[in-house]
Write a protein that binds this ligand. Structure first.
Ligand code: SF4
Ligand code: MSK
Length: 646
C-alpha cells in the first residue's frame, strides 16, 4: 500500500500491518471498488420498479428520460433531497433520543442522569417562556423536555428555535415559505415529494430540501446540543490527547464509537466505578482506559477530557492494534466491517442500540432507565475480555495534546470575560482586520482521498491568512492530531493578526466546538456575531465561510444545506453529487445565492478551496466597508517588521 493513503503516522503504521496480514479495510476496499460514475453524478434513479433509470450525459443528449418521463434534472434534485432527508433524519433522531432521555430524567424515571447545567436550563426556560417562578428545577425541566419532544411531531406553525435567527433571516425564510413546521414533517414531506411521480420541479424540490435542512440545523441538531448541555454539562476548555497512541498496553481499553452521548456518558461513570476497577485488576489490568472514535469521541472529550483514539477512518485500525477489549457502538458512521476485522483479534464489538443491530457483533441493549447498570454490564464484558488478548499488541506511539471544549458560551466568556461575556472582542478584531474572518471546517474522512490531508492543508491555509477556524466532527480530530488545537499552533501556523489575538486571549487558532450535532453551535455563534453589531444584520453579511473537505455522509449534505439556507458560502471537497445535471448544479452553486444569500461550491484541491473561502470573506469585508481596516493592519505589521529588521 502506498504512503499516500493518509498523512497520519499511526494510520500509516497500522495500514502496513493490515497489508502484511492481507486484512480488508476501508482503504483497501476503496481501491478495489471503483465508484459508479452515473450514481456519483446523481443521475441514476431507483425510486420505482420501472427503473432503475440511468441518464448520463450521452443519454441526456439523445433526449432520453426515465421510463416515467423524469428528466436527469429532476432525478438529480430528488437524489440530493433524499440525502438531505437522510442526514436530517439521523441528526434529528439523535436529538429525539436525547429529548426522550431528558424527559425521563426530569420525570425521575431515569435516575442515573442529572441536570448538570442548571443555569443553561433557566436560560432556555426564559427564552422559551417556560414559567419558572415558584417552580422546582424538575418541573421546569419536564416542561422543557415536553416542549422539545413536541418539536419533532409538530404539524403546523414554526419550530421554536427559528426565532434565534437574525430578524432579517427569519423574514427571508417566511417569504420563501421554508420555515420548518415540524422536524419529522419536513423529513416525511421530503420523502413524499421525491417519490415517483410527485414533485418534478427543480426549484420546488430544492426549496423543500432547504426547509428539511433547517429542520435539522435549527431543530433536531440544536435540540440535541442544548439538552445534552443541560444534562451532561456545557463544555468548557480542557486538555486531552488524541490518536491511537492513547491506547494503553497494560489497561482494559474500551473504545466508544458512534454519536449519541447518552451511553458513553454512563460508560465514563462505569469506568471509574471501584467494583469495575477491582474486577479489571483481578484480570491483570492496571486500570480501565476509555477512548473515543468519531463524534461519540468528541462528545466525551468535550465534557470529560476522555482521549480520542481517532476519526472515522481509524475505527478498523483501532482493532488492528490488538489492544482493544471492546468497541462499544451506538448509531451512525459505524462500519459493518468491524466484526469481520475483530475476528482476527480478541476485540468484542458491542452494539447497544435497537436501531442499529450489527451481524457478528455482541448485542447488549442499553436501557436508559437503568443506565448505569447497563453501562457496568458492558464494562464488565470488556474487563473479562482482557485476558484474551492474542500475543503482542501494536499500539502506535503517536498521540498529540489538544485543547477542546469551545462551546459558543465559552467563546463568549473567553473573549469577553466572566462578567461581560460578549462576542464584541471577536467582532472588533474582525472589524480592525486582525482576524480576517471565520471559517467552519467540519465533516468526515473519505478514503477516496488522502486521509486527513485535505483537512490539514485547508485549515493551515486559512489560519495562515488570519481566518479563525471553528471545527466539529472528524475534521476537528484530524487537526487535533496535527497539534492545531493547541495555543502554540498560533505562533507556528497563524498569520500575524490572528496569532496576536490568539496569544492575547490564550486560545488556539482552531477551536474545537464538538460533534456533528454541535454544528448548531456554529449557527448560534454566527448569530451572536450578528447580534453584537458592526458586521451587518444577517449571517450572510458576515465574513464567514464553511467547508467539509473530506465529506462522505448524508449528514454532511444536510449540514451543508442548512448552512447555505442560513446564508453561508459552503464548500465541499471529494466529489459533488449532482454533476450529472447542469440545471441542479447551477441552481445550488449560483441561484441559491440569489435566494438565500448563501451558496454551495465544490473544490477538491484544499489550497484552492481555502483561497475561494478567503476570497468570499474578502468580498464580505468589502461590502461591510471594513476591507480598508485590514489593509492598514497589514501595513502596520510590515512597518513593524521593517522596524525590527532595522
Ligand atoms: Fe425510472 Fe421514473 Fe421509476 Fe425513477 S421514478 S426509476 S426515473 S421510472
Ligand atoms: S462522525 S458524520 S464521519 S464527521 Fe460525526 Fe465523522 Fe462525518 Fe461521521
Amino acid at each position: 500500500m502506498k504512503n499516500d493513503k493518509s498523512v497520519c503516522s499511526a494510520t500509516l503504521e497500522l495500514l502496513e500491518k493490515t497489508q502484511a496480514e492481507d486484512l480488508s479495510t476501508a482503504f483497501s476496499r476503496a481501491d478495489k471498488l471503483k465508484p459508479c460514475n452515473i450514481g456519483g453524478e446523481g443521475v441514476c434513479c431507483k425510486m420505482c420498479a420501472m427503473g432503475p433509470c440511468r441518464l448520463p450525459k450521452a443519454q441526456q443528449d439523445k433526449g432520453q428520460t426515465g421510463v416515467c418521463g423524469a428528466t436527469a434534472d429532476t432525478i438529480a434534485a430528488r437524489n440530493f433531497l433524499r440525502m438531505i432527508a437522510g442526514g436530517a433524519a439521523s441528526h434529528s433522531d439523535h436529538g429525539r433520543e436525547v429529548a426522550q432521555v431528558f424527559l425521563a430524567m426530569a420525570r425521575g424515571e431515569s435516575k442515573d442522569y442529572q441536570i448538570k447545567d442548571e443555569a443553561k436550563l433557566m436560560k432556555l426556560a426564559a427564552e422559551l417562556e417556560i414559567p419558572t417562578e415558584g417552580r422546582t428545577v424538575q418541573e421546569i425541566a419536564v416542561d422543557l423536555g415536553e416542549m422539545m419532544l413536541a418539536e419533532f411531531g409538530r404539524q403546523e406553525g414554526e419550530l421554536c428555535f427559528i426565532k434565534r435567527a437574525a430578524e432579517k433571516r427569519q423574514e427571508l425564510w417566511r417569504e420563501l415559505g421554508v420555515v420548518p413546521r415540524g422536524i419529522d414533517r419536513e423529513v416525511v414531506e421530503t420523502m413524499h415529494r421525491t417519490h415517483m411521480g410527485v414533485d418534478q420541479d427543480v426549484r420546488s424540490l430544492l426549496l423543500q430540501g432547504a426547509r428539511a435542512s433547517l429542520a435539522d440545523g435549527w431543530g433536531g441538531s440544536m435540540i440535541g446540543t442544548e439538552l445534552q448541555d443541560v444534562m451532561f454539562g456545557t463544555p468548557v476548555p480542557l486538555r486531552s490527547k488524541v490518536n491511537l497512541g492513547v491506547l494503553k498496553e497494560d489497561q482494559v481499553n474500551v473504545i466508544v464509537h458512534g454519536h449519541e452521548p447518552i451511553l458513553s456518558e454512563m460508560l465514563v461513570v462505569a469506568g471509574r466505578d471501584p467494583e469495575i476497577l477491582k474486577a479489571a485488576k483481578a484480570k491483570g489490568a492496571s486500570g480501565i482506559n476509555i477512548a473515543g472514535i468519531c463524534c461519540t469521541a468528541n462528545e466525551v472529550l468535550m465534557r470529560h477530557g476522555v482521549p480520542i483514539a481517532g476519526n472515522m477512518l481509524q475505527q478498523e485500525l483501532a482493532i488492528v492494534t490488538g489492544a482493544v477489549e471492546a468497541m462499544v457502538v451506538d448509531v451512525q458512521c459505524v462500519m459493518q466491517s468491524l466484526p469481520e476485522i475483530a475476528k482476527c483479534y480478541h476485540t468484542k464489538v458491542i452494539s447497544t442500540s435497537s436501531k442499529a443491530r450489527i451481524t457478528g457483533a455482541t448485542h447488549m441493549q442499553f436501557d436508559e432507565h437503568h443506565a448505569l447498570d447497563s453501562a457496568k454490564k458492558i464494562m464488565l464484558e470488556a474487563v473479562n475480555n482482557f485476558p484474551n488478548r492474542k500475543g503482542k499488541t501494536n499500539i502506535p506511539a503517536a498521540s498529540t495534546d489538544l485543547i477542546a471544549g469551545f462551546s459558543h458560551e465559552t467563546i463568549n466568556y473567553m473573549l469577553g470575560g466572566r462578567f461581560r461575556g460578549s462576542f464584541r472582542p471577536l467582532n472588533d478584531n474582525i472589524i480592525n482586520g486582525r482576524i480576517r474572518g471565520v471559517a467552519g471546517v467540519v465533516g468526515c474522512n473519505n478514503p477516496r482521498g488522502p486521509h486527513d490531508a485535505v483537512h490539514l492543508a485547508m485549515v493551515k491555509e486559512l489560519i495562515k491568512n488570519d481566518v479563525l477556524v471553528l471545527q466539529t466532527g472528524c475534521s476537528a480530530i484530524a487537526c487535533a492530531k496535527e497539534g492545531l488545537l493547541l495555543p502554540d499552533a498560533a505562533k507556528e501556523y497563524a498569520g500575524e493578526g490572528l496569532a496576536e489575538v490568539c496569544e492575547t486571549v490564550g486560545i488556539p487558532p482552531v477551536l474545537h466546538m464538538g460533534s456533528c450535532v454541535d454544528n448548531s453551535r456554529i449557527l448560534t455563534a454566527a448569530t451572536e456575531m450578528v447580534r453584537e453589531g458592526g458586521l451587518g444584520d444577517d449571517i450572510s453579511d458576515l465574513p464567514v465561510a464553511g467547508a467539509a473537505p473530506e465529506w462522505m455522509s448524508e449528514k454532511a449534505i444536510a449540514i451543508g444545506q442548512y448552512f447555505v439556507s442560513s446564508g453561508v458560502f459552503t464548500l465541499f471537497g471529494v466529489n459533488w453529487p449532482t454533476t450529472g445535471s447542469e440545471e441542479v448544479t447551477r441552481f445550488l452553486f449560483e441561484e441559491m445565492e440569489e435566494i438565500f444569500k448563501g451558496k454551495w461550491a465544490f473544490e477538491p484541491d484544499p489550497i484552492k478551496a481555502a483561497q475561494r473561502m478567503i476570497e468570499h470573506i474578502d468580498e464580505k469585508r468589502k461590502a461591510l466597508g471594513i476591507d480598508k481596516a485590514r489593509e492598514r493592519v497589514l501595513f502596520d505589521m510590515d512597518m513593524r517588521r521593517e522596524a525590527q529588521a532595522g
